[in-house]
Design a protein around this ligand. Structure first.
Ligand code: AP5
Length: 222
């Protein structure tokens, strides 16, 4: 039996819970989780030329130039791990990125099947992001108040010391929100006009939000 690939875009402001939900959706539907933010942070940690170039933009809360992100995405989409489909977390972020994603998927006879938007108010976003702690080793994400690790400051999965992302200070978060509204929010209308946008209220615990996302997907995922 041939299973059709499923390609799912997750949209939402910084800190809406895209990464948290992308991991769950990828596990539930056997999809590749593509987080351009995680990929760029890995490049920065390796001090590759791409990472060094991207780092300055990220720490200022600006978007990394489209062509730098495009190279990483194209390589991944043509890999075997992407054959069953992908959850795109943090991509596309501009109309140019959206057009590129459609082109890359068309080469594979695929298209974006559904765009899921997680809506969260600004005050909640600030609380979520400033309380976030991440594992630099395995990528697990925690929150000091709502999802704390079992041992203070230490990753439950691999015991590495948790860190705060360099772009998670309040001023940079406000800049990321501005950039989101200017460049990424217009994608909502674009996906809405294609009839594939599903909007979900993200103001609930992660299990409840996951349930809402699955429900919103309806018959898109069998
Ligand atoms: P990226 O890493 O993609 O950041 P983002 O989109 O701003 O999103 P976040 O990772 O901050 O948040 P999230 O929505 O994933 O929330 P999370 O699940 O972690 O990008 C960073 C930077 O990289 C960009 O600013 C840009 O410079 C660059 N970049 C990336 N992609 C790019 C692209 N395509 N083009 C150009 N540049 C690009 O949750 C947040 C916190 O809340 C966590 O602590 C979590 O535990 C908690 N939480 C999650 N869900 C809930 C819940 N339901 N209730 C309570 N707490 C919750």
């Amino acid at each position: 039996m041939v299973t059709r690939a499923l390609d799912l875009v997750l949209l939402g402001p910084p800190g809406a819970g895209k990464g948290t939900q992308a991991k769950r959706l990828a596990a539930a539907f056997d999809l590749l989780h593509i987080s351009t933010g995680d990929m760029l942070r890995e490049e920065a940690a390796k001090r590759s030329s791409l990472g060094q170039e991207a780092n300055g933009y990220m720490n200022r809360g600006e978007l990394v130039p489209d062509e730098l992100v495009a190279k990483m995405l194209s390589k991944l989409l043509h890999s075997r791990t992407a054959a069953l489909g992908c959850v795109y977390d943090g991509y596309p972020r501009t109309t140019a990125q959206e057009a590129l994603l459609e082109d890359l998927l068309a080469e594979l006879n695929r298209r974006v099947d559904v765009a899921l938007y997680i809506g969260v108010r600004d005050a909640e976003i600030l609380a979520r992001i400033t309380g976030r702690r991440s594992c630099p080793s395995c990528g697990a994400v925690y929150h000091l108040a709502t999802q704390p690790p079992k041992v203070d400051g230490s990753c439950d999965a691999c015991s590495a010391t948790l860190v705060q992302r360099e772009d998670d200070g309040e001023d940079v978060v406000r800049q990321r929100l501005k950039v989101y509204r200017k460049h990424t929010a217009p994608l909502l209308d674009l996906y809405r006009s294609r009839g594939i946008l599903r909007e979900v209220d993200g103001a609930a615990d992660p299990d409840a939000v996951f349930g809402r996302l699955r429900e919103a997907m309806g018959s898109v995922a069998k």
